[in-house]
Design a protein around this ligand. Structure first.
Ligand code: NAG
Ligand code: NAG
Length: 176
């Protein structure tokens, strides 16, 4: 290679890299399998299934879906859901995400009581919620997001969130 050709070759190389990057799904991890992040369509399916469950047990609920980092992907509030459920549902989902799906919020309840191992943790991260209704969503063995439900009793919220999670994945890490 002649030295004089070097700059143009470098330009071509970098253009090639850009084109490759634009076409390479791995560069931006744009497919679900690569990202392991719940997508909007799945979040919508989860919310629909959760809403159906909520309606069948006559609970007016807020339902939130977060990604593995705890950011909101989708949210729905039933017309008659209590206003506090808007925030609580999102915090339940975020709580599960910040634990990377290791706990449901129901399981955190005992763990966060005075004297228990995680007592005080709910005061961190802007406020976590350790009441039933937050569940993880695993798919193909990966934690892809979380669902938080608020509006009914703790057990009702768990039932609703579980229906949502099972519509798109599993509550445990085992492959489906
Ligand atoms: C990028 O991908 C598209 C669609 O697969 C293809 O038509 C195009 O030729 C590709 N471009 C390059 C530079 O590889
Ligand atoms: C929480 O503790 C109570 C009693 O201390 C026990 O009955 C219950 O099973 C525990 N719940 C969980 C989810 O571990």
């Amino acid at each position: 290679m002649k030295l004089s050709n070097l700059p143009s070759r470098l330009v071509l190389l970098s253009l090639g890299a850009i084109v490759y990057a634009q076409n390479s799904s791995s560069t931006f991890c744009s497919t679900l399998a690569e990202r392991h992040i719940i997508n909007l369509a799945q979040a919508g399916e989860a919310i629909a299934a959760a809403q159906q469950q909520a309606s069948s047990i006559r609970v007016s609920a807020s339902i939130a879906v977060t990604d593995p980092a705890g950011f909101l992907v989708a949210f729905a509030r039933n017309d008659n859901a209590r206003l506090l459920s808007v925030d609580v549902s999102q915090r339940k989902a975020r709580t599960v995400s910040l634990f990377a799906g290791a706990f449901t919020t129901a399981a955190l309840y005992n763990l966060t009581q005075p004297g228990a191992a995680l007592f005080g943790i709910t005061e961190t991260n802007g406020g976590l919620v350790a009441l039933g209704g937050g569940v993880p969503v695993f798919r193909d063995g990966f934690f892809i997001g979380a669902i938080g439900v608020s509006g009914g009793s703790s057990d009702q919220d768990v039932t609703i969130a579980t229906a949502g999670a099972q519509a798109v994945g599993s509550l445990t890490q085992s492959r489906i």
